[in-house]
Design a protein around this ligand. Sequence first.
Ligand code: DLL
Length: 447
Amino acid sequence: MRYFNSDIETKPLPQLRQLQNQRLRQLTAYLYERAPFYKKQLDEAGIQPNDIKGVEDLHRLPFTRKHHLRDNYPFGLFAVPEQEVIRIHASSGTTGKPTVVGYTRQDISIFSEVVARSLVAAGCQPGMKLQNAYGYGLFTGGLGLHYGAELLGMSVIPVSGGMTDRQLMLLQDFQSDAISCTPSYAQTLAEQLDKRGIGLSQLNLKVAILGAEPWTEAIRQQVEVGLGVHAINIYGLSEIIGPGVSNEDFEEKGTGSYIWEDHFFPEVVDKDTGEPLPEGEYGVLVFTTLTKQAMPLLRYWTNDITNIYYEHSYKRTHIKMGPIRGRSDDMLIIRGVNLFHTQVEEAISHFGHLSPNYQLVVTREGTMDSVEVKVEVEPAFYRGLILAGPWTEAAARNPTLYALQHELAKKIKDTIGLSMKISLCEPGSIPRSEGGKLGRVVDLRKM
Ligand code: DLL
Protein backbone atom coordinates (compact mmCIF):
# COMPACT_ATOMS: atom_id res chain seq x y z
CA MET A 1 0.00 0.00 0.00
CA ARG A 2 1.51 3.37 -1.06
CA TYR A 3 -1.36 5.61 0.08
CA PHE A 4 -4.03 5.14 2.69
CA ASN A 5 -6.44 7.34 0.73
CA SER A 6 -5.03 7.68 -2.76
CA ASP A 7 -8.00 9.65 -4.11
CA ILE A 8 -7.45 12.48 -1.62
CA GLU A 9 -3.68 12.24 -1.32
CA THR A 10 -3.14 12.56 -5.06
CA LYS A 11 -6.09 14.84 -5.91
CA PRO A 12 -5.10 17.43 -8.52
CA LEU A 13 -4.53 20.79 -6.87
CA PRO A 14 -7.44 22.68 -8.52
CA GLN A 15 -9.86 20.05 -7.21
CA LEU A 16 -8.26 20.07 -3.79
CA ARG A 17 -8.66 23.87 -3.70
CA GLN A 18 -12.31 23.56 -4.66
CA LEU A 19 -12.88 21.14 -1.80
CA GLN A 20 -11.09 23.44 0.64
CA ASN A 21 -13.08 26.47 -0.51
CA GLN A 22 -16.34 24.66 -0.07
CA ARG A 23 -15.31 23.37 3.37
CA LEU A 24 -14.16 26.79 4.51
CA ARG A 25 -17.48 28.38 3.49
CA GLN A 26 -19.35 25.74 5.45
CA LEU A 27 -17.05 26.11 8.44
CA THR A 28 -17.39 29.89 8.66
CA ALA A 29 -21.19 29.66 8.62
CA TYR A 30 -21.10 26.77 11.13
CA LEU A 31 -18.90 28.68 13.59
CA TYR A 32 -20.84 31.93 13.23
CA GLU A 33 -23.98 30.09 14.18
CA ARG A 34 -22.65 27.76 16.87
CA ALA A 35 -19.62 29.30 18.55
CA PRO A 36 -20.32 32.58 20.37
CA PHE A 37 -16.56 33.25 20.50
CA TYR A 38 -16.30 33.22 16.70
CA LYS A 39 -19.54 35.15 16.17
CA LYS A 40 -18.01 37.90 18.29
CA GLN A 41 -14.63 37.68 16.51
CA LEU A 42 -16.26 37.96 13.08
CA ASP A 43 -18.64 40.73 14.13
CA GLU A 44 -15.77 42.72 15.57
CA ALA A 45 -13.80 42.31 12.36
CA GLY A 46 -16.88 43.42 10.38
CA ILE A 47 -17.05 40.14 8.47
CA GLN A 48 -20.18 38.22 7.57
CA PRO A 49 -19.83 34.47 6.87
CA ASN A 50 -20.90 35.14 3.26
CA ASP A 51 -17.85 37.36 2.75
CA ILE A 52 -15.63 34.28 2.95
CA LYS A 53 -15.83 32.65 -0.46
CA GLY A 54 -12.73 30.50 -0.20
CA VAL A 55 -9.19 30.15 1.14
CA GLU A 56 -8.19 33.28 -0.80
CA ASP A 57 -10.24 35.26 1.73
CA LEU A 58 -8.72 33.59 4.80
CA HIS A 59 -6.32 36.47 5.42
CA ARG A 60 -9.31 38.68 6.24
CA LEU A 61 -10.16 36.59 9.30
CA PRO A 62 -8.59 37.30 12.71
CA PHE A 63 -6.12 34.84 14.25
CA THR A 64 -7.05 32.50 17.07
CA ARG A 65 -4.31 32.35 19.68
CA LYS A 66 -3.49 30.11 22.58
CA HIS A 67 -4.76 32.67 25.10
CA HIS A 68 -8.20 32.51 23.47
CA LEU A 69 -8.29 28.82 24.37
CA ARG A 70 -7.13 29.58 27.89
CA ASP A 71 -9.65 32.44 28.27
CA ASN A 72 -12.42 30.01 27.34
CA TYR A 73 -11.18 27.20 29.59
CA PRO A 74 -12.28 24.47 29.68
CA PHE A 75 -15.10 24.00 27.13
CA GLY A 76 -15.97 27.52 25.98
CA LEU A 77 -14.86 26.99 22.37
CA PHE A 78 -16.86 23.82 21.82
CA ALA A 79 -19.25 24.25 18.90
CA VAL A 80 -21.36 21.19 19.76
CA PRO A 81 -23.36 20.23 22.88
CA GLU A 82 -21.15 18.46 25.42
CA GLN A 83 -23.08 15.19 24.90
CA GLU A 84 -21.68 14.99 21.36
CA VAL A 85 -18.09 15.16 22.57
CA ILE A 86 -16.77 11.62 22.89
CA ARG A 87 -13.19 12.40 23.88
CA ILE A 88 -11.28 15.19 25.58
CA HIS A 89 -7.52 15.77 25.46
CA ALA A 90 -5.41 18.51 26.98
CA SER A 91 -1.86 19.72 26.60
CA SER A 92 0.04 20.98 29.56
CA GLY A 93 1.01 24.60 29.15
CA THR A 94 4.12 26.13 30.61
CA THR A 95 1.89 28.31 32.78
CA GLY A 96 -1.36 27.61 34.58
CA LYS A 97 -4.24 25.67 33.11
CA PRO A 98 -3.88 23.20 30.25
CA THR A 99 -5.28 23.76 26.77
CA VAL A 100 -8.38 21.62 26.32
CA VAL A 101 -9.63 20.09 23.08
CA GLY A 102 -12.74 18.01 22.35
CA TYR A 103 -13.65 15.54 19.60
CA THR A 104 -16.94 14.26 18.21
CA ARG A 105 -17.14 10.74 16.81
CA GLN A 106 -16.52 12.16 13.35
CA ASP A 107 -13.50 14.14 14.61
CA ILE A 108 -12.00 10.94 16.02
CA SER A 109 -12.57 9.22 12.72
CA ILE A 110 -10.77 12.06 10.87
CA PHE A 111 -7.98 11.95 13.47
CA SER A 112 -7.57 8.21 12.88
CA GLU A 113 -7.59 8.65 9.10
CA VAL A 114 -4.86 11.31 9.06
CA VAL A 115 -2.70 9.19 11.37
CA ALA A 116 -3.30 6.15 9.13
CA ARG A 117 -2.23 8.21 6.08
CA SER A 118 0.83 9.32 8.04
CA LEU A 119 1.78 5.78 9.00
CA VAL A 120 1.54 4.55 5.40
CA ALA A 121 3.70 7.50 4.28
CA ALA A 122 6.19 6.51 6.98
CA GLY A 123 6.45 3.02 5.46
CA CYS A 124 4.02 1.10 7.70
CA GLN A 125 1.65 -1.51 6.31
CA PRO A 126 -1.36 -3.44 7.63
CA GLY A 127 -0.18 -6.44 9.65
CA MET A 128 2.96 -4.77 10.93
CA LYS A 129 3.41 -4.47 14.70
CA LEU A 130 3.64 -0.93 16.06
CA GLN A 131 5.20 -0.47 19.49
CA ASN A 132 3.56 2.78 20.55
CA ALA A 133 5.81 4.52 23.04
CA TYR A 134 4.05 7.89 23.04
CA GLY A 135 2.41 8.66 26.36
CA TYR A 136 -1.20 7.52 26.78
CA GLY A 137 -3.40 9.96 28.65
CA LEU A 138 -4.36 13.58 28.15
CA PHE A 139 -1.44 13.91 25.67
CA THR A 140 -2.69 13.24 22.13
CA GLY A 141 0.38 11.18 21.10
CA GLY A 142 -0.52 7.81 22.62
CA LEU A 143 -4.20 7.48 21.70
CA GLY A 144 -3.69 9.37 18.43
CA LEU A 145 -1.16 6.90 17.07
CA HIS A 146 -3.12 4.03 18.59
CA TYR A 147 -6.40 4.68 16.75
CA GLY A 148 -4.67 5.51 13.47
CA ALA A 149 -2.60 2.33 13.55
CA GLU A 150 -5.68 0.23 14.33
CA LEU A 151 -7.56 1.82 11.45
CA LEU A 152 -4.68 0.95 9.15
CA GLY A 153 -4.78 -2.64 10.41
CA MET A 154 -1.50 -2.72 12.28
CA SER A 155 -1.16 -4.62 15.57
CA VAL A 156 -0.70 -1.96 18.20
CA ILE A 157 1.44 -2.64 21.25
CA PRO A 158 0.30 0.12 23.62
CA VAL A 159 3.33 0.39 25.89
CA SER A 160 3.12 4.18 26.45
CA GLY A 161 6.24 6.24 27.14
CA GLY A 162 9.21 5.43 29.35
CA MET A 163 9.93 2.07 31.03
CA THR A 164 13.04 1.49 28.97
CA ASP A 165 13.67 -2.06 30.23
CA ARG A 166 10.20 -3.08 29.14
CA GLN A 167 10.51 -1.29 25.77
CA LEU A 168 13.73 -3.16 24.99
CA MET A 169 12.30 -6.49 26.11
CA LEU A 170 9.21 -6.08 23.90
CA LEU A 171 11.24 -4.90 20.92
CA GLN A 172 13.08 -8.22 21.10
CA ASP A 173 10.33 -10.60 22.24
CA PHE A 174 7.47 -9.23 20.14
CA GLN A 175 9.72 -8.37 17.19
CA SER A 176 7.98 -5.02 16.71
CA ASP A 177 8.26 -3.73 13.12
CA ALA A 178 7.82 -0.07 13.99
CA ILE A 179 8.12 2.19 17.00
CA SER A 180 6.52 5.56 17.65
CA CYS A 181 8.05 7.87 20.25
CA THR A 182 9.73 11.25 20.67
CA PRO A 183 13.07 11.58 18.83
CA SER A 184 14.88 12.16 22.13
CA TYR A 185 13.44 8.94 23.51
CA ALA A 186 14.49 7.09 20.34
CA GLN A 187 18.02 8.36 21.11
CA THR A 188 17.71 6.95 24.63
CA LEU A 189 16.61 3.57 23.27
CA ALA A 190 19.42 3.47 20.71
CA GLU A 191 21.96 4.25 23.39
CA GLN A 192 20.61 1.66 25.79
CA LEU A 193 20.68 -1.06 23.12
CA ASP A 194 24.32 -0.30 22.54
CA LYS A 195 25.13 -0.17 26.25
CA ARG A 196 23.48 -3.52 26.90
CA GLY A 197 25.09 -5.16 23.89
CA ILE A 198 21.76 -5.94 22.22
CA GLY A 199 22.57 -6.31 18.52
CA LEU A 200 20.26 -5.08 15.78
CA SER A 201 19.95 -8.68 14.55
CA GLN A 202 17.93 -9.38 17.70
CA LEU A 203 15.36 -6.79 16.63
CA ASN A 204 13.00 -6.53 13.69
CA LEU A 205 12.51 -2.75 13.62
CA LYS A 206 12.19 -1.00 10.28
CA VAL A 207 10.50 2.31 10.99
CA ALA A 208 10.54 4.90 13.77
CA ILE A 209 7.79 7.54 13.70
CA LEU A 210 9.21 10.48 15.58
CA GLY A 211 7.66 13.78 16.59
CA ALA A 212 6.20 15.97 19.34
CA GLU A 213 9.44 17.98 19.60
CA PRO A 214 11.93 19.51 17.15
CA TRP A 215 14.71 17.31 15.84
CA THR A 216 17.38 17.46 13.16
CA GLU A 217 19.22 15.42 10.55
CA ALA A 218 21.96 14.67 13.13
CA ILE A 219 19.41 12.98 15.38
CA ARG A 220 17.95 11.17 12.38
CA GLN A 221 21.40 9.75 11.63
CA GLN A 222 21.94 8.64 15.21
CA VAL A 223 18.53 6.95 15.49
CA GLU A 224 18.72 5.31 12.06
CA VAL A 225 22.09 3.77 12.81
CA GLY A 226 21.30 2.95 16.44
CA LEU A 227 17.89 1.34 15.84
CA GLY A 228 18.37 0.15 12.25
CA VAL A 229 15.31 2.04 10.98
CA HIS A 230 14.00 4.74 8.68
CA ALA A 231 13.43 7.61 11.12
CA ILE A 232 10.39 9.54 9.87
CA ASN A 233 8.90 12.82 11.02
CA ILE A 234 5.34 13.13 12.30
CA TYR A 235 4.06 16.57 13.28
CA GLY A 236 0.96 17.82 14.97
CA LEU A 237 -0.54 19.72 17.84
CA SER A 238 -3.48 19.08 20.13
CA GLU A 239 -5.32 22.24 19.18
CA ILE A 240 -5.49 21.19 15.52
CA ILE A 241 -6.09 17.46 16.14
CA GLY A 242 -2.94 15.88 17.60
CA PRO A 243 -0.23 13.92 15.72
CA GLY A 244 -0.84 13.46 11.99
CA VAL A 245 -1.30 17.06 10.87
CA SER A 246 1.67 16.33 8.62
CA ASN A 247 4.06 13.48 7.95
CA GLU A 248 7.17 12.69 5.97
CA ASP A 249 7.21 10.03 3.25
CA PHE A 250 9.97 7.49 3.79
CA GLU A 251 10.95 7.58 0.13
CA GLU A 252 11.22 11.37 0.19
CA LYS A 253 13.05 11.58 3.49
CA GLY A 254 14.49 15.01 4.28
CA THR A 255 12.35 16.89 1.75
CA GLY A 256 9.61 17.92 4.19
CA SER A 257 6.35 16.56 5.58
CA TYR A 258 3.02 16.43 3.74
CA ILE A 259 0.33 18.50 5.41
CA TRP A 260 -3.06 16.76 5.04
CA GLU A 261 -4.47 19.97 3.71
CA ASP A 262 -7.94 18.67 2.87
CA HIS A 263 -8.46 18.86 6.66
CA PHE A 264 -5.88 21.37 7.91
CA PHE A 265 -5.34 24.45 5.77
CA PRO A 266 -1.90 25.94 6.40
CA GLU A 267 -0.56 29.47 6.08
CA VAL A 268 2.85 30.87 6.99
CA VAL A 269 2.75 34.43 8.28
CA ASP A 270 5.24 37.04 9.43
CA LYS A 271 5.73 36.64 13.17
CA ASP A 272 5.56 40.39 13.82
CA THR A 273 3.00 41.68 11.32
CA GLY A 274 0.85 38.56 10.81
CA GLU A 275 0.97 39.18 7.03
CA PRO A 276 0.85 35.99 4.92
CA LEU A 277 4.28 35.18 3.44
CA PRO A 278 5.02 33.87 -0.07
CA GLU A 279 5.52 30.12 -0.59
CA GLY A 280 8.85 28.92 0.81
CA GLU A 281 9.51 31.77 3.24
CA TYR A 282 9.95 31.13 6.95
CA GLY A 283 7.44 32.39 9.46
CA VAL A 284 4.78 31.26 11.92
CA LEU A 285 2.65 28.32 10.87
CA VAL A 286 -1.09 29.00 11.10
CA PHE A 287 -3.81 26.38 10.61
CA THR A 288 -7.53 26.43 9.89
CA THR A 289 -9.25 23.13 10.65
CA LEU A 290 -11.60 22.65 7.69
CA THR A 291 -13.62 19.67 8.90
CA LYS A 292 -13.61 19.47 12.68
CA GLN A 293 -16.95 19.59 14.50
CA ALA A 294 -16.34 19.80 18.25
CA MET A 295 -13.74 22.53 18.32
CA PRO A 296 -12.85 23.88 14.89
CA LEU A 297 -10.31 26.70 14.86
CA LEU A 298 -9.90 29.53 12.37
CA ARG A 299 -6.34 30.64 11.67
CA TYR A 300 -4.78 29.13 14.77
CA TRP A 301 -1.39 30.69 15.53
CA THR A 302 0.80 27.65 16.33
CA ASN A 303 3.94 29.61 17.26
CA ASP A 304 5.93 27.02 15.29
CA ILE A 305 8.43 28.47 12.85
CA THR A 306 8.82 26.77 9.47
CA ASN A 307 8.10 27.16 5.75
CA ILE A 308 5.63 25.50 3.36
CA TYR A 309 6.06 24.69 -0.33
CA TYR A 310 4.67 22.56 -3.13
CA GLU A 311 6.88 20.00 -4.81
CA HIS A 312 5.61 18.87 -8.15
CA SER A 313 7.94 15.94 -8.70
CA TYR A 314 5.96 13.52 -6.52
CA LYS A 315 2.54 11.91 -6.87
CA ARG A 316 1.07 13.30 -3.67
CA THR A 317 -0.30 16.76 -4.34
CA HIS A 318 -0.50 18.15 -0.80
CA ILE A 319 1.77 20.96 0.35
CA LYS A 320 4.89 20.13 2.37
CA MET A 321 6.35 21.81 5.42
CA GLY A 322 10.01 21.94 6.38
CA PRO A 323 11.25 20.88 9.82
CA ILE A 324 10.17 23.08 12.71
CA ARG A 325 13.02 25.48 13.42
CA GLY A 326 11.70 26.32 16.83
CA ARG A 327 8.78 28.02 18.45
CA SER A 328 8.48 31.77 18.32
CA ASP A 329 7.60 31.74 22.02
CA ASP A 330 10.62 29.71 23.09
CA MET A 331 12.96 31.50 20.81
CA LEU A 332 15.81 32.74 22.95
CA ILE A 333 16.95 36.31 22.61
CA ILE A 334 20.61 36.49 23.57
CA ARG A 335 22.23 39.87 23.52
CA GLY A 336 19.66 40.89 20.91
CA VAL A 337 20.22 37.90 18.65
CA ASN A 338 17.30 35.51 18.07
CA LEU A 339 18.38 31.98 18.77
CA PHE A 340 16.77 28.56 18.42
CA HIS A 341 18.57 25.70 20.08
CA THR A 342 18.36 23.76 16.82
CA GLN A 343 20.82 26.24 15.30
CA VAL A 344 23.41 25.18 17.86
CA GLU A 345 22.53 21.56 17.16
CA GLU A 346 23.18 22.16 13.48
CA ALA A 347 26.62 23.60 14.29
CA ILE A 348 27.44 20.59 16.50
CA SER A 349 26.47 18.18 13.71
CA HIS A 350 29.51 19.28 11.69
CA PHE A 351 31.85 17.66 14.20
CA GLY A 352 32.18 13.89 13.97
CA HIS A 353 33.65 13.61 17.48
CA LEU A 354 30.64 15.32 19.06
CA SER A 355 27.32 13.61 19.78
CA PRO A 356 23.87 15.18 19.33
CA ASN A 357 23.39 15.03 23.12
CA TYR A 358 23.60 18.61 24.24
CA GLN A 359 22.05 21.19 26.50
CA LEU A 360 22.11 24.98 26.49
CA VAL A 361 22.36 26.77 29.82
CA VAL A 362 21.48 30.45 29.68
CA THR A 363 22.48 32.76 32.54
CA ARG A 364 22.54 36.49 33.15
CA GLU A 365 25.11 38.48 35.02
CA GLY A 366 23.98 42.07 35.39
CA THR A 367 22.54 42.78 31.96
CA MET A 368 24.79 40.38 30.12
CA ASP A 369 23.31 37.11 28.89
CA SER A 370 25.61 34.19 28.35
CA VAL A 371 25.10 30.74 26.90
CA GLU A 372 26.99 27.64 27.84
CA VAL A 373 26.80 24.75 25.36
CA LYS A 374 27.24 21.44 27.12
CA VAL A 375 27.84 18.74 24.55
CA GLU A 376 28.90 15.14 24.94
CA VAL A 377 31.78 13.72 22.93
CA GLU A 378 31.10 10.55 20.93
CA PRO A 379 31.66 7.34 22.95
CA ALA A 380 34.15 5.88 20.42
CA PHE A 381 36.18 9.08 20.41
CA TYR A 382 36.01 9.17 24.21
CA ARG A 383 37.36 5.64 24.50
CA GLY A 384 40.31 6.60 22.33
CA LEU A 385 41.32 9.50 24.57
CA ILE A 386 44.08 9.02 27.09
CA LEU A 387 43.27 11.29 29.99
CA ALA A 388 45.07 11.62 33.28
CA GLY A 389 42.76 12.32 36.22
CA PRO A 390 39.12 13.33 36.38
CA TRP A 391 37.42 14.48 33.16
CA THR A 392 36.99 18.21 33.81
CA GLU A 393 40.62 18.84 34.70
CA ALA A 394 42.06 16.40 32.22
CA ALA A 395 39.80 17.67 29.45
CA ALA A 396 41.01 21.22 29.96
CA ARG A 397 44.60 20.07 29.45
CA ASN A 398 44.01 17.71 26.52
CA PRO A 399 45.10 19.42 23.27
CA THR A 400 42.65 17.51 21.03
CA LEU A 401 39.69 18.44 23.22
CA TYR A 402 40.90 21.99 23.58
CA ALA A 403 41.09 22.33 19.81
CA LEU A 404 37.65 20.78 19.35
CA GLN A 405 36.17 23.18 21.86
CA HIS A 406 37.64 26.14 20.01
CA GLU A 407 36.53 24.94 16.62
CA LEU A 408 32.94 24.54 17.81
CA ALA A 409 32.97 27.97 19.46
CA LYS A 410 34.24 29.43 16.18
CA LYS A 411 31.63 27.61 14.10
CA ILE A 412 28.87 28.95 16.36
CA LYS A 413 30.29 32.44 16.28
CA ASP A 414 30.59 32.35 12.48
CA THR A 415 27.15 30.90 11.77
CA ILE A 416 24.99 32.30 14.58
CA GLY A 417 26.95 35.40 15.49
CA LEU A 418 27.18 34.73 19.22
CA SER A 419 30.09 33.79 21.44
CA MET A 420 29.21 30.85 23.64
CA LYS A 421 31.12 28.94 26.26
CA ILE A 422 31.65 25.34 25.18
CA SER A 423 31.86 22.56 27.76
CA LEU A 424 32.68 19.15 26.37
CA CYS A 425 31.14 16.43 28.52
CA GLU A 426 31.59 12.72 29.05
CA PRO A 427 29.17 10.38 27.24
CA GLY A 428 26.04 9.83 29.31
CA SER A 429 26.39 12.94 31.47
CA ILE A 430 23.64 15.09 29.91
CA PRO A 431 19.99 14.34 30.87
CA ARG A 432 18.17 11.94 28.55
CA SER A 433 14.52 11.68 27.63
CA GLU A 434 12.76 9.32 29.99
CA GLY A 435 9.93 8.80 27.56
CA GLY A 436 8.45 12.22 26.89
CA LYS A 437 9.53 15.52 25.38
CA LEU A 438 13.05 16.63 26.29
CA GLY A 439 13.94 20.19 27.26
CA ARG A 440 17.24 21.14 25.60
CA VAL A 441 17.43 24.59 27.15
CA VAL A 442 17.87 25.49 30.78
CA ASP A 443 17.12 29.19 31.04
CA LEU A 444 18.28 30.30 34.46
CA ARG A 445 17.39 33.92 33.71
CA LYS A 446 13.71 33.23 34.42
CA MET A 447 14.25 31.50 37.74
O1 DLL B 1 3.02 16.95 20.49
C1 DLL B 1 1.24 16.03 19.14
C2 DLL B 1 2.16 14.98 18.66
C3 DLL B 1 2.24 13.78 19.29
C4 DLL B 1 2.91 15.20 17.51
C5 DLL B 1 3.07 12.78 18.83
C6 DLL B 1 3.74 14.21 17.00
C7 DLL B 1 3.81 13.01 17.67
P1 DLL B 1 1.23 19.01 21.71
O2 DLL B 1 1.61 18.35 22.99
O3 DLL B 1 0.01 19.87 21.68
O4 DLL B 1 0.96 17.93 20.59
O5 DLL B 1 2.48 19.84 21.22
C8 DLL B 1 2.46 20.48 19.98
O6 DLL B 1 4.86 20.19 19.72
O7 DLL B 1 3.22 23.00 18.28
C9 DLL B 1 5.35 21.79 18.09
O8 DLL B 1 5.92 22.90 18.76
C10 DLL B 1 5.83 20.52 18.74
N1 DLL B 1 5.92 19.44 17.74
C11 DLL B 1 5.05 18.45 17.50
N2 DLL B 1 5.52 17.64 16.52
C12 DLL B 1 6.71 18.14 16.12
C13 DLL B 1 7.68 17.78 15.15
C14 DLL B 1 1.86 17.00 20.14
N3 DLL B 1 7.55 16.70 14.37
C15 DLL B 1 3.80 21.14 19.70
N4 DLL B 1 8.77 18.57 15.01
C16 DLL B 1 3.85 21.75 18.34
C17 DLL B 1 8.93 19.66 15.78
C18 DLL B 1 6.96 19.30 16.90
N5 DLL B 1 8.07 20.04 16.73
